[in-house]
Design a protein. Structure first.
Length: 105
């Protein structure tokens, strides 16, 4: 014959079993969400790393072109110093004239 205490014990065991099942189910859901989030974060990180590599490559290419341009300008100044100084003087005079005419208006 089942006593009240046995009945309460069975009820308690059922409640504990249900709580354990709920906890395990929620834990599994959290693990799944965390795994999906980690995969998204890895993909985002990989994409950002690819973008950084591309930017570094482009900056390097731009730097090389700038160095080439500076080298050519340096060669031009060394080969034709009078022409370069005359050109710089002409540009300076033109800018000065524009600024003076604007300040009068």
């Amino acid at each position: 014959m089942a006593t009240k205490q046995d009945s309460r014990r069975e009820d308690f065991d059922d409640v504990v079993r249900q709580l354990r099942e709920d906890f395990e189910e929620r834990l599994n859901e959290m693990e799944t969400k965390l795994s999906k989030s980690a995969q998204i974060d890895r993909k985002t990180l990989e994409t950002e790393q690819d973008m950084m590599r591309e930017l570094k490559h482009r900056f390097k290419a731009v730097g090389e072109r700038m160095n080439d341009g500076v080298g050519r300008a340096d060669d031009l100044v060394r080969e034709h110093p009078v022409l370069v100084v005359g050109g710089a003087l002409a540009v300076g005079l033109a800018l000065g004239a524009l600024l003076v005419s604007r300040s009068r208006d």
